[in-house]
Ligand binder design. Structure first.
Ligand SMILES: Cc1cc2nc3c(=O)[nH]c(=O)nc-3n(C[C@H](O)[C@H](O)[C@H](O)COP(=O)(O)OP(=O)(O)OC[C@H]3O[C@@H](n4cnc5c(N)ncnc54)[C@H](O)[C@@H]3O)c2cc1C
Length: 317
C-alpha cells in the first residue's frame, strides 16, 4: 500500500489544469498497489476549490487556509507539515513555475529524493518514473531507490479527472513559522504581451514554417478568426520574430491542452509535439504525407496550406 499526497495549484482564483491532471496521476499511482490519494490545497478560496476537486479517486482533501496566492515559504512549510502528519509514500507536485519553485525545498526538508518532469509513473515494488532526455529525443526510466520520494509531474501528460466523487474534506492547520516567511506576493503581472494565454484556449490554430513568409501569417490568423480560435505557432515562427514568444507551443514554449489543435505547415518535431500532444483533437495540414505530425493527428489534410486554408475560411465563414 502506498499513499500519495498531491499538491494542487491555483492562480488568481482558479484551479489550474494541472490540479486535475495530478488527480489522475495520483489515482493511477495508488491504483497500482492500493493506498489513499490525498490532495493538499494551500491558500485562496480553499473551500470552493475543495468542492471542485471532489472527484473520483480522491480519498481526502486537506485545505490549508494560508494566504491568497502562491507563497514559496508558506507552501514549503504547509506541505512539510502535511507530509509529516500523513506520511505519504509519494508527494506529487506540478512541474510548473510554482511547483519547481517549492518542490526541491520540500524534498530537502522531508529528506526524500526528488524526480522532476515525470511523464509516466508506475508503482511496481518501487517507484518507476518516465522522463525525457536530449531535447525529448530519448525516454528514460528512473527506478527510485528509496522508500519515499517526491515527484513533479509534467502538465498535459495525464488526462484531467472529471468524474465526481466524495472525498473527506478536512481543514489542516499547522504552526506557521513567520520567521521563515521571507517573501510576500505584492502584485501579479502577466509576462509577455499579456493579451492571450494560449494555454487557456479551447481551439488553437497553430502556424509553422510551412507559412514561408511573415506576411502570410495573416492568412492563418484569418482562419483562427473564422473559428473563434487563438493563434499559436511552432518555434521557428517565434525565432524569426514573426510572433511573440508567448505564442510558442512546445518543449521550450507552452504546454497546451485545447479541444482542437489545428497544425498548419508544422512538421511535428518531438519538441513541438511535447507541447501539444495532450490536445483532444489534432488536425494537421501539410504537403508532406510522411510528416510526423500525421502520426498523432486525428484528422489529416495532405495539401498545400495556401489552397486548403482559404477553402476552410470560406467554409467556416
Ligand atoms: C532544445 C530544443 C527545444 C525546442 N523547442 C521547441 C518548441 O518549444 N516548439 C517547437 O515548435 N519547436 C521547438 N524546437 C524546434 C524543433 O526541433 C523543430 O525545429 C520545429 O518544431 C520545427 O518547426 P516547424 O514544424 O514549423 O518547421 P519544419 O520542421 O520546417 O516543418 C515545416 C512543415 O511545413 C510543411 N509545409 C511546407 N510548405 C507547406 C505548404 N505550402 N502547405 C502545407 N505544409 C507545408 C513541410 O512539409 C513541413 O512538414 C526545439 C528544438 C530544440 C533543439
Amino acid at each position: 500500500m502506498s499513499d500519495v499526497l498531491a499538491v494542487v495549484e491555483h492562480r488568481r482564483g482558479s484551479l489550474r489544469d494541472v490540479s486535475f491532471e495530478l488527480v489522475t496521476a495520483g489515482s493511477d499511482l495508488v491504483g497500482d498497489t492500493g493506498g489513499d490519494l490525498h490532495l493538499a490545497i494551500i491558500g485562496g478560496d480553499v473551500d470552493a476549490f475543495a468542492g471542485e476537486l471532489s472527484l473520483a479517486g480522491v480519498d481526502a482533501i486537506h485545505t490549508v487556509a494560508e494566504g491568497d496566492e502562491f507563497n514559496h515559504d508558506v507552501t514549503v512549510q504547509a506541505v512539510e507539515a502535511l507530509a509529516e502528519e500523513l506520511d505519504p509514500t509519494y508527494v506529487l507536485m506540478g512541474n510548473t513555475v510554482n511547483g519547481l519553485d517549492y518542490a526541491p525545498a520540500v524534498a530537502e526538508r522531508l529528506d526524500r529524493p526528488l524526480v522532476t518532469d515525470a511523464i509516466g509513473l508506475e508503482n511496481d515494488g518501487g517507484l518507476v518514473v518516465t522522463r525525457e532526455m536530449y531535447a525529448s529525443k530519448v525516454e528514460s526510466t528512473v527506478e527510485v531507490d528509496a522508500d519515499r520520494a517526491a515527484v513533479t509531474v509534467r502538465p498535459g501528460e495525464w488526462d484531467a479527472t472529471e468524474e465526481p466523487g466524495e472525498p473527506a474534506i478536512e481543514a489542516f492547520s499547522f504552526d506557521l513559522d513567520e520567521s521563515r516567511v521571507r517573501s510576500r506576493v505584492t502584485g501579479f503581472e502577466e509576462v509577455g504581451s499579456g493579451d492571450v494565454d494560449i494555454a487557456d484556449a479551447d481551439v488553437l490554430v497553430s502556424v509553422g514554417r510551412g507559412i514561408e513568409e511573415e506576411e502570410n501569417i495573416e492568412l492563418v490568423q484569418e482562419l483562427a478568426d473564422a473559428l473563434g480560435a487563438t493563434l499559436s505557432s511552432s518555434r521557428p515562427i517565434v525565432d524569426n520574430g514573426w510572433l511573440p514568444k508567448d505564442r510558442q507551443v512546445g518543449q521550450s514554449g507552452k504546454v497546451v491542452t485545447p479541444k482542437f489543435y489545428i497544425a498548419v505547415g508544422i512538421s511535428g518535431a518531438v519538441q513541438h509535439v511535447a507541447g501539444m500532444k495532450g490536445a483532444e483533437n489534432i488536425v494537421a495540414i501539410n504537403t508532406d504525407p510522411d510528416a510526423p505530425i500525421f502520426d498523432i493527428a486525428d484528422y489529416g489534410i495532405v495539401g498545400d496550406l495556401f489552397d486548403v486554408v482559404p477553402e476552410l475560411i470560406e467554409q467556416f465563414e
